[in-house]
Write a new protein. Structure first.
Length: 112
């Protein structure tokens, strides 16, 4: 089992594996507000959020069977998003994994 896992409803992803797979993809700026559709379902520790490194890219996966714009999910970086929004920032560095990488790091959910 991975050391770090992101879970949302009945889905889960291995964040450690996603981080390794992300090395193959470019870092690009991402508009934060376009990625916050599930923000109210995420538990944030405000004390931790003020300590995060906003230069570390957030990890985003494409959700299978979902249409744009709601087909992107942050699996690592919610505390960074929280802090960036508090600071009034509009963008953060992000890495979007491809569908194959998303499936590789998905532990449960979807058609598994």
């Amino acid at each position: 089992m991975s050391d770090e896992m992101f879970t949302l409803l009945g889905w889960a992803w291995d964040v450690d594996l996603a981080t390794r797979l992300a090395r193959r993809h470019p870092v690009r700026p991402a508009a934060i507000r376009t990625l916050t559709g599930v923000k109210d379902l995420i538990r944030i520790d405000p004390k931790h959020a003020v300590t995060v490194d906003l230069t570390k890219p957030i990890l985003v996966v494409p959700l299978p069977c979902a249409l744009p714009p709601g087909n992107r999910l942050v699996i690592d970086g919610w505390h960074r998003i929280h802090r960036a929004l508090d600071l009034g920032m509009e963008k953060l560095p992000a890495i979007l994994l491809d569908p194959s990488d998303e499936r590789t790091c998905r532990l449960r959910g979807g058609d598994i």
